[in-house]
Design a protein around this ligand. Structure first.
Ligand SMILES: Cc1cc2nc3c(=O)[nH]c(=O)nc-3n(C[C@H](O)[C@H](O)[C@H](O)COP(=O)(O)O)c2cc1C
Length: 368
């Protein structure tokens, strides 16, 4: 039987365990979107270093361009200062023995005019506003704007921004990148049919809706090597109002997984849909369905802290590793707690997004 503490090799990257830190936006970079250093009042470096007993840390979602921003103080990886800030963090994480990849990201329609360099409406596949929730701007929550439909030239330009983001991530010391193609952000807006009403090569058929992601994967693979590029999907998810027709959701994701299977990505990270998604018309597609359509490494996620064995029983059979989100926020030493079946700290959701070191770097370790 495979355990959390059996090594896992993902292409050239050797993980010492199969406990993965899920990508977690915490809104604590500087106003220039630079990751903060050890001596900062609120230190992103200390936060990641504390959690570096994970086998793999997936960074919080990180913009590849200015117009990709949709939340306050989320880090970027497109300026020299941002790259230098990340380099200190990846060095600290590597010194503790974990691997770290950068989750590269563009918000698309969930951005806001106030984040756009030219004050225009944010870019998206189609001019359809995000129907759920509000945009968190620097001035507080505001209604999501109607985005503008990207031209083909803008689509190609965005693919290049992801390519550059991948190159910059390697320069910043990351072991690879994870392309964020889920949770209703730009790439997911292309994949799902209620946010993509295009009639050109990037809309309509499944093949066309997949084209933007495919071009980004290929561009990143050309830039940094096939084995360093992973993809994050949220099949059946409804976050940020993107969804497929219920009767098509499973088939669509079988298609996307099969396509990615043929592209030699380093791993596929799946956030499973849950009852909240189902209440919003989403479809819970089981991880077994993903396994049938993808032969490579699968990292699964969502609420595995609720399982008695944390999902260990299916390791090496249905999936290869488990990503933990909220439980990793609250338990910097999560792998040791899983190993010892020790009690867990509870998370404080009020300090998830932005704020001080409270609820960020002050969660106690087991021996404290
Ligand atoms: C505070 C917070 C921030 C998150 N930020 C991201 C993110 O940047 N990228 C992403 O793909 N998912 C993000 N997620 C989703 C988590 O990675 C994960 O999928 C979710 O928390 C479910 O896993 P869990 O049950 O282990 O917490 C976020 C979730 C939370 C609670």
């Amino acid at each position: 039987m495979t355990t959390f503490f059996d090594e896992l090799t993902i292409a050239g990257m050797k993980l010492r365990n199969r406990v993965v830190m899920s990508p977690l936006t915490r809104d604590r970079a500087t106003v220039d979107l630079v990751p903060t250093d050890r001596d900062a009042e609120v230190s992103m470096l200390v936060y990641y270093e504390q959690r570096a007993s994970a086998g793999l840390i997936i960074s919080e979602a990180t913009q590849v361009s200015t117009d990709g921003q949709g939340y306050p103080l989320t880090p970027g990886v497109f300026t020299p200062e941002q790259i230098a800030g990340w380099k200190k963090i990846t060095d600290a994480v590597h010194a503790k023995g974990a691997k770290m990849v950068c989750q590269i990201w563009h918000c698309g329609r969930t951005s806001h005019e106030s984040y756009q360099p030219d004050g225009k409406a944010p870019p998206a596949p189609s001019a359809i506003a995000c129907p759920d929730g509000e945009c968190f701007t620097m001035e507080g929550p505001k209604p999501f704007p109607v985005p503008r439909e990207m031209t083909v030239e803008e689509i190609k330009n965005c693919v290049e921004q992801f390519r550059q983001g991948a190159l910059n991530s390697i320069e910043a010391g990351f072991d690879g990148v994870e392309i964020h193609a889920g949770n209703g952000y730009l790439i997911d807006q292309f994949l799902k049919d209620n946010s993509n009403k295009r009639t050109d090569d990037y809309g309509g058929s499944l093949e066309n809706r997949f084209r933007f992601l495919k071009e980004i994967v290929v561009a990143c693979q050309e830039a940094i090597g096939k084995d360093k590029v992973a993809v994050h999907l949220t099949p059946g998810g409804t976050f940020n109002g993107t969804k497929d027709k219920a009767e098509e959701a499973t088939g669509n994701h079988e298609y996307f997984c099969k396509q990615l299977n043929g592209m030699g990505i380093s791993y596929l990270h799946i956030k499973l849909a849950d009852d909240q998604d189902e209440r919003h018309g989403g479809v819970a597609i089981p991880i077994e369905t993903i396994r049938k359509n993808f032969d490579g490494i699968i990292i699964t996620n969502n609420r595995y802290h609720e399982k008695e064995d944390f999902g260990e029983g299916d390791l090496g059979k249905v999936y290869d590793a488990v990503a933990f989100g909220r439980s990793f926020i609250a338990n910097p030493d999560l792998p040791a707690r899983i190993a010892k079946k020790a009690p867990m700290n509870e998370w404080d959701h009020t300090s998830f997004f932005g704020g001080t070191e409270k609820g960020y770097t002050d969660y106690p370790f087991m021996d404290e």
